[in-house]
Write a protein that binds this ligand. Structure first.
Ligand SMILES: Nc1ncnc2c1ncn2[C@@H]1O[C@H](COP(=O)(O)OP(=O)(O)OP(=O)(O)O)[C@@H](O)[C@H]1O
Length: 259
């Protein structure tokens, strides 16, 4: 696999937050090519803030973020657009586009100033439509899609952008179990079959344990990071929620309501 097609991301002593306050510190993790990584933690702990900081959409407070061992802040915006794509909850403005038009926006980092699509760009768009089962919906306006369909379109746009690193904020929110698994399996196949590096935030801890290669637990203190089985062995999931409400069963890798 050529180097330009692979990507690693790592943080060292990272503190994230806003001018008014630091949200989380002591964030240390690294994710390599071919790895699917989830960021989990309780409401308000800083998952979305971390994802936006990794995606260069908001400044870090302290510490460092490196992509391919190069500091994130030293990349030009053009170079970064070819390295990483960020999938956030979509703004209503782009929902007036058709599925195909929205996916075509993924090719912007490669097109000329008037956005002319080359035959190579068109191939990427068609491949993304096919991979995400969207061919029949290609002419549908995005505001006419279900949440699950729109989520697939947004990930397909990131695939068309063809970046080695993809960051997604809660890609499975509002989806039923079948469609949550469908989206996460698509992400897993992009990492394992195409060597992408994918990081996403989620509240689906059980599914993350089953499907991810690595998990970062934002807990406001140690922020443990590692393979799901290591985190289970070290009892990190037990400490995530107050045990009078929910307990973690290490045998099944799932949470249960406390009796
Ligand atoms: N623009 C902002 N300015 C200041 N504080 C903010 C801003 N956006 C979010 N916060 C605060 O930062 C903290 C972390 O928020 P964030 O959205 O990153 O958490 P989260 O873990 O993604 O939460 P959830 O699971 O509820 O989506 C919260 O206390 C939130 O109130």
């Amino acid at each position: 696999m050529p180097d330009s097609k692979t990507s690693s991301i790592s943080t060292n002593g990272l503190t994230i937050g806003y001018k008014s306050k630091a949200v989380a510190g002591n964030i240390n993790f690294s994710c390599d090519s071919g790895e699917l990584c989830a960021i989990i933690g309780v409401n308000g702990i800083g998952k979305s803030t971390l994802l936006r900081t990794l995606g260069n959409l908001q400044p870090k407070l302290y510490g460092s973020i490196s992509i391919n061992n190069q500091d994130l802040s030293t990349y030009s915006s053009g170079d970064l657009a070819k390295k990483l794509s960020v999938v956030l909850t979509e703004q209503p403005s782009s929902k007036n586009l058709t599925v195909e038009e929205l996916i075509a926006l993924g090719r912007q980092p490669y097109t000329n100033w008037i956005g002319t699509l080359t035959s190579k760009d068109k191939i990427y768009i068609q491949e993304s439509l096919t991979a995400f089962l969207l061919k029949e919906l290609r002419h549908r306006k995005c505001h006419e899609l279900s949440d699950g369909q729109l989520q697939r379109v947004l990930i397909a746009r990131a695939m068309a952008q063809d970046t080695p690193l993809i960051l997604l904020d809660e890609p499975t929110t509002h989806l039923d179990l079948y469609h949550k698994v469908q989206i996460l399996k698509l992400l897993q196949s992009l990492t394992h079959n195409e060597g992408k590096t994918i990081i996403f935030t989620t509240h689906e801890i059980d599914l993350a344990i089953q499907l991810c290669d690595k998990i970062l637990i934002l807990d406001g203190e140690q922020n443990p990071f590692g393979e799901p089985c290591q985190l289970i062995e070290n009892e990190h999931f037990e400490r995530l929620f107050p045990e009078e409400m929910v307990v973690f069963d290490p045998k099944t890798g799932a949470f249960k309501v406390s009796k």
